[in-house]
Design a protein around this ligand. Structure first.
Ligand code: DGL
Length: 274
């Protein structure tokens, strides 16, 4: 094992994965992280699974080439399209994936009704099917596809009247069905949890799996590996200045962000190396 391969790789279509990364930074203080936001392709949620997978594979290869030892798919959609395939293709790399947190919600519900806010591709994917099969036998799960929440989270515009109306339009059917738990089944949604909570009311609990994901990353971190000093790297295929400002607002980290670009043959190049 080379000294290079000691980082925790994290990917998402945008800033959503920062909801996971900030938990990782809290729990794994000394672990260097490398984050890729594929903002040029956001949103992933409405895209066909094959297309999302065709983006995720080169990002994973980029992370591995830059030293990722463990990779978190900090994106429910990318996990739905790619987690099982990646584990098969790269058996030496521990992948941590996200699936809607129906299990804790099913354990906590008193009304017996669990709402799930998520993306279309996550809702149609194999992980969600498996989760429902395993954990939703004794509760009713109401799934709300909420594509309009991703751009709101990405722009952090959740407090405008227009955004509030969109958020309410997704939350209302879950309340009407009697849900007392709302699972945040997209990593962008914890970044607008304040507005979702306001629309849902104080009696409804929001379920955010990101602390559990950070704990899982700590569990699969190869034992005996001494973490080097934590130097964290950030890359986006979108606008680095914009990502940098969101990074600071959402995680308190003030760090340069490097520009990544897709080539015509769907490979990734760093176009402003530090
Ligand atoms: N944050 C992602 C997820 O957890 C993707 C949202 C999107 O790009 O549609 O699903």
């Amino acid at each position: 094992m080379t000294g290079l391969r000691r980082k925790l790789g994290v990917l998402d279509s945008g800033i959503g994965g920062l909801s996971v990364l900030r938990q990782v930074h809290r729990l794994l203080l000394h672990h260097p992280t490398i984050y890729v936001a594929d903002q040029i392709h956001i949103p992933y949620g409405p895209r066909p699974a094959e297309e999302v997978h065709s983006f995720v594979v080169p990002i994973v290869e980029f992370l591995m080439a830059h030293g990722a030892e463990v990779i978190i798919l900090a994106c429910n959609t990318a996990s739905a399209t790619s987690l099982l395939l990646l584990r098969e293709a790269y058996p030496d790399i521990p992948f941590v994936g996200m699936e809607p947190a129906v299990k804790p919600a099913a354990e906590a519900t008193r009304s017996g009704i669990v709402g799930v806010l998520t993306t279309r591709t996550t809702a149609n994917g194999p992980l969600y099917e498996r989760v429902l099969d395993r954990f939703a036998r004794d509760v009713q799960v109401v799934t709300q596809i909420a594509p309009g929440l991703v751009p709101i989270a990405e722009a952090q515009s959740q407090h405008t009247p227009e955004s509030r109306a969109i958020i309410e339009s997704y939350v209302q059917p879950l309340l009407a069905a009697g849900a007392d738990q709302i699972v945040l089944g997209c990593t962008h949604f914890p970044l607008i949890a304040d507005a979702i909570q306001a629309a849902a009311g104080a009696r409804v609990a929001l379920v955010d799996p990101s602390p559990a994901i950070a704990r899982q990353a700590a569990r699969v971190w190869p034992s005996g590996m001494l973490p080097p000093p934590a130097i964290n790297q950030y890359f986006t295929t979108g606008d680095p200045a914009r990502f940098q400002s969101m990074l600071k607002t959402l995680t308190g980290v003030d760090s340069p962000v490097q520009q990544l670009s897709w080539t015509d043959s769907l490979e990734l190049e760093v176009t402003n190396p530090l």
